[in-house]
Design a protein around this ligand. Structure first.
Ligand code: IPM
Ligand code: MG
Length: 375
């Protein structure tokens, strides 16, 4: 039995989640996997219900599960709240409480959607990058932090955050990156700012040390400012990128835009927590890269594919079930190849379909493949 915490959150999160759960149920029938789904509020929805973005009940559901499927959090309704209780805090709270230190953000240019990239076809075609972002350390969580009064006249204040990394934190994220590279094109680019920051100096030294365990994987280093440039100039040079929490936040948005269709990009946040699953896996949180898109929420316009592809990552990384993951990915590719598009990816002259319809098409493809296999 695989227990899945379903946290739809806010805005389009509520619409993209039902088709994704349907996809997993269909996969369950085809591959004989038993799923148990438990839904709980998170983000703005949880603030409305309980006053807090991550209520203890929701955290408990997440902790008891093998994997968390999250929609999106936030919206204009909660923007006036104090930063400490905004919907986005729920994400940080979940990452920290579940020990999800490795954030995997694939930026793959889908062959069907080359024209969605703002870059020229010859620059971008074939781009397939995995950004491995450290997710529970660095400046997001470092101490000291806060806003304090500065002594003296004038009401001067000081805002402080601390970029801090320990050997252990760098080692474990580097290992994840090298392991993933081993299953890909065997190239890791480690991004830092070692020409200025001591925390980066340590980062680079430790990553070099870990590479000794992975001699079959090539390692190179790049400063973050140069990486920002290289991602636009020649995105195909990258295979796996490994970097800190803050740099990864920024570069993963950039990589997502390079491949154009943010409505298609999934993510996985993984920890070490060992769970008793066949095939062995890591406890994980899976969510689309895009946000809650309040402007189109409730209109059956959102693209559910990023969340559906996040479910594929769940099958791959938490269950270790490559065949099931591939079945979802192939179904999505087939639907796109057949020309079906939601509004965000519909080019001129294409009639867009809605969220629910897109979900139905993917489910149908998965069922159809199943039938072919039996026949
Ligand atoms: C992301 C988001 C979050 C982050 C915010 C919403 C807290 O930008 O997942 O990339 O900065 O990590
Ligand atoms: Mg971000």
């Amino acid at each position: 039995m695989i227990r899945i915490a379903v946290l739809p959150g806010d805005g389009i999160g509520r619409e993209i989640m039902p088709p994704t759960v349907e996809v997993l149920k269909t996969i369950g029938r085809r591959f004989d996997i038993r799923f148990e789904f438990k839904e709980a509020p998170v983000g703005g929805a949880a603030i409305d219900a309980t006053g807090r973005p991550l209520p203890p009940e929701t955290l408990a559901v997440a902790k008891e599960s093998d994997a968390v499927l999250l929609g999106a959090v936030g919206g204009p309704k909660w923007e006036g709240l104090d930063y400490s209780i905004r919907p986005e805090r729920a994400l940080l709270g979940l990452r920290e409480a579940l020990g999800l230190y490795a954030n995997l953000r694939p930026a793959v240019l889908s062959a069907e959607l080359v024209d969605a990239s703002p870059l020229r076809r010859d620059v971008v075609e074939g781009t397939d990058i995995m950004v491995v972002r450290e997710l529970t350390g660095g400046i997001y969580f470092g101490h000291p932090k806060g806003i304090e009064k500065v002594d003296g006249p004038g009401g001067e204040e000081r805002g402080v955050n601390t970029e801090v990394y320990t050997t252990h934190e760098i080692e474990r994220i580097a290992r994840v990156a090298f392991e993933i590279a081993r299953r890909r094109r065997k190239r890791v680019t480690s991004i830092d700012k070692a020409n200025v920051l001591e925390s980066s100096e340590l980062w680079r030294r430790v990553v070099i040390g870990v590479q000794k365990e992975f001699q079959d994987v090539e390692l190179r280093h790049m400063y973050v400012d140069n990486c920002a440039m290289q991602l636009i100039k020649d995105p195909k040079q990258f295979d796996v990128i490994v970097t800190t929490n803050m740099f990864g936040d920024i570069l993963s948005d950039e990589a997502a835009q390079v491949v154009g269709s943010i409505g298609l990009l999934p993510s996985a946040s993984l920890g070490d927590a060992t769970i008793e699953l066949k095939g062995g896996g890591r406890k994980g949180l899976y969510e689309p890269i895009h946000g809650s898109a309040p402007d189109i929420a409730g209109k059956d316009k959102a693209n559910p594919l990023a969340t559906i592809l996040s479910a594929a990552m769940l099958l791959r990384y938490t269950l270790g079930h490559e065949a099931a993951a591939a079945a979802v990915e192939q179904a999505v590719t087939a639907v796109l190849r057949a020309g079906s598009r939601t509004a965000d990816i519909a080019g001129p002259g294409t009639t867009p379909i809605g969220t629910a319809e897109m979900g139905r098409l993917v489910v149908a493809r998965i069922e159809q493949k199943g039938a072919v296999r039996v026949a």
